[in-house]
Design a protein around this ligand. Structure first.
Ligand code: ADP
Ligand code: AMP
Length: 218
């Protein structure tokens, strides 16, 4: 049985933060399409250069590029028993492709939608610092590293993402509301779906996400 857990939510809702804990709690690999694109960008691949223009202006990368990249990643051995998706699907077409891929396979999909108001999202994104080496996530005010600018986990140098500006957030949120938010109703009609309040401390959000997955599984 393949166990596929999907974290839905706006950019900055806390999907990556929760995924870093859920990956251990559920023993599932954490697959972030945003991280995969950033790896492609830093390695200078053809895919990275195609994705760059969309990412920098806060638009979604075209479905066919995302789907091919994601399916290639989840075909690997470490995803045999399942995986935890962060940032995929982001459109109905992506959800349909994933559904078609898993249809007929011995797989379950569980969806956890992390809800955070837009005004809070903007504060979270503009204060985010990330580690390019291990992908750990910090916030200048809400969860600062022990030493400013240095990753607690691997001592890497923290950076701010190019798309984490107040200006680009406006476009990312507009795309989220238009293209990604409808996935909540789409999954609600199709099976295991749970919504959690993401506008609280990270421990409480984690407990709520875990309870969701366990509740849906029973
Ligand atoms: P996403 O992966 O959904 O884009 P992140 O997990 O990277 O979101 O979180 C965005 C920013 O908000 C980061 O700076 C992170 O440290 C911070 N953050 C995440 N969860 C919370 C929370 N519950 N309370 C306050 N800040 C949070
Ligand atoms: P994230 O790290 O999840 O915030 O993603 C960063 C950027 O990568 C997004 O703003 C998109 O440009 C692109 N991206 C990541 N995942 C997807 C996806 N599933 N569909 C389309 N674009 C994506």
């Amino acid at each position: 049985m393949q166990h596929v857990v999907i974290l839905l939510g706006a950019p900055g809702a806390g999907k990556g933060t929760q995924a870093q804990r859920l990956t251990e709690a559920l023993s599932l690999p954490h697959i972030s399409t945003g991280d995969l694109f950033r790896e492609n960008l830093s390695q200078g691949t053809d895919l990275g250069s195609k994705a760059k223009v969309f990412m920098e202006r806060g638009d979604l990368v075209p479905d066919e590029l995302v789907i091919d990249m994601l399916f290639d990643r989840v075909s690997r051995e470490d995803c045999k028993s399942g995986y935890l998706l962060d940032g995929f699907p982001r459109t109905i077409a992506q959800a349909e492709s994933l559904g078609a891929r898993l249809d007929g396979a011995d797989a379950t999909i569980q969806v956890v939608d992390i809800q955070v108001p837009d005004a809070i999202i903007t504060k979270r994104i503009t204060g985010r610092w990330s580690c390019p080496d291990c992908n750990a996530v910090y916030h200048a005010t809400f969860s600062p590293p022990k030493t400013a600018g240095t990753c607690d986990a691997c001592s890497g140098t923290l950076t701010q993402r190019k798309d984490d500006t107040a200006q680009v957030v406006v476009q990312r949120l507009a795309n989220y509301h238009e293209l990604t938010a409808p996935l909540a109703a789409w999954y609600q009609e199709r099976g295991a779906f749970c919504s959690v309040d993401g506008n609280t401390d990270t421990d409480s959000v984690f407990e709520a996400c875990l309870a969701c997955v366990q509740l849906e599984a029973s």
